[in-house]
Design a binder for this molecule. Structure first.
Ligand SMILES: Nc1ncnc2c1ncn2[C@@H]1O[C@H](COP(=O)(O)OP(=O)(O)OP(=O)(O)O)[C@@H](O)[C@H]1O
Length: 337
């Protein structure tokens, strides 16, 4: 009942930006559209908003066919990467803009704007102008403005993309809390997998205009459906399936590639059954975690992440000979060309 996208395609010239996409977004959920640049995320969001018309397929909003409805009739809230606030209007006026257009009474607008200023934690700044706010504060105003009309769905296109890393991280947490309060069905475009995993209930992973996989962050991380998803979500070593690290580990050597998360490799200083010798090339200290860059005897490079505790216990040094054992690896059945 939230948003249903049924077999939607959109082509620009001969280029298929969105290619027969079907997705179901549950009422009240927060869903991230995640994928590399050019994968069709923004186009899909714009199709849901009514800013683009699909070449084929259907879009249902709250159960009703909205495929040919105008942007206004869809009743969606939209926030873009670059805050499109009106510079010459105060924050209050910006937030209340849609309500004035909808001809709400002044006293009702004042009440609603106060409520929204509280919601986005900007009470006290209502009489300022956009230029007197930080980037993060401006994006919160843009969100308040899009929520003012009580939209059926909220569509966010890289809303924090132009902000610095720290502000961006704070706003993710803030957005999640905000969503838990207002519960409006929200679709959030990002190319940042960490952001998508932290904020959303479900991820829709896109590549080349198609949906590769839909699922919760944990499902997608633990059970990636395709090599693309495995490589895109989280760090991964991609090794030939005949690599010596997989010998005696039950990996079918006829598969061409096997994916191995750096967290899923054990590193030991003494050989064990089914462990593969490797040379420790470099150690990168990432705070509480250590990244070890290694080379197997067949010349293959492998990254392993280990906790500080394990690192201290092993007392690792560059150029040391160590032994690797995969705990969990994944290979995919090759599609027929
Ligand atoms: N109006 C348009 N005319 C022509 N091509 C377009 C148009 N809009 C998008 N495209 C193309 O469609 C493809 C998908 O674009 P889209 O913006 O949906 O990708 P995206 O996944 O959101 O990427 P990004 O993360 O870089 O914004 C791109 O190759 C883009 O150049």
């Amino acid at each position: 009942m939230g948003i249903t996208v049924e077999n939607v395609s959109k082509q620009f010239g001969t280029f298929k930006a969105v290619d027969e996409v079907s997705v179901e977004i549950k009422t009240g959920s927060l869903v991230a559209l995640l994928g590399p640049s050019g994968s069709g995320k923004s186009t899909l969001l714009r199709l849901i908003a009514g800013l683009e018309k699909p070449d084929s397929g259907k879009i249902l909003l709250t159960g009703k066919d909205a495929t040919s409805a105008s942007v206004q009739d869809r009743h969606v809230g939209f926030v873009f990467q670059h805050y499109a606030l009106f510079k010459h209007l105060t924050i209050r006026k910006n937030i209340g803009f849609g309500l004035e257009i909808a001809k709400w009474k002044k006293s009702r607008i004042d009440d609603r704007v106060n409520e929204l200023l509280d919601l986005v934690q900007l009470r006290g700044l209502g009489d300022r102008y956009p230029s007197q706010l930080s980037g993060g504060q401006r994006q919160r105003v843009a969100l308040a403005r899009s929520l003012a009309i009580e939209p059926n769905v909220l569509l966010l296109d890289e809303p924090f993309g132009a902000l610095d890393a720290k502000v961006r991280k704070d706003l993710r947490v803030w957005l999640r809390h905000l969503h838990d309060k207002v519960n409006v069905t929200t679709v959030f475009v990002t190319h940042d997998q960490e952001e998508a995993m932290e904020v959303s209930d479900e991820l829709v992973v896109m590549n080349h205009g198609k949906v590769e996989q839909v699922g919760s962050p944990a499902e997608i991380y633990d059970h990636p459906a395709t090599p693309f998803v495995m490589g895109f979500i989280g760090p991964v070593n991609v090794l030939p399936s005949h690599s010596q690290i997989f010998q005696s580990n039950g990996i079918d050597p006829t598969r061409s590639e096997t994916f191995l998360r750096p967290h899923d490799i054990l590193i030991e200083t003494v050989p064990e059954a089914a462990s593969a010798p490797a040379t420790l090339e470099r150690l990168v200290h990432l705070g509480w975690e250590i990244q070890a860059e290694l080379t197997l005897e067949d010349g293959q490079a492998v990254n392993v992440f280990l906790t500080r505790e394990k690192f201290d216990e092993l007392n690792l040094k560059p150029k040391q000979r160590v032994y690797l054992k995969p705990k969990k690896a994944k290979s995919f059945v090759l599609q027929d060309a």
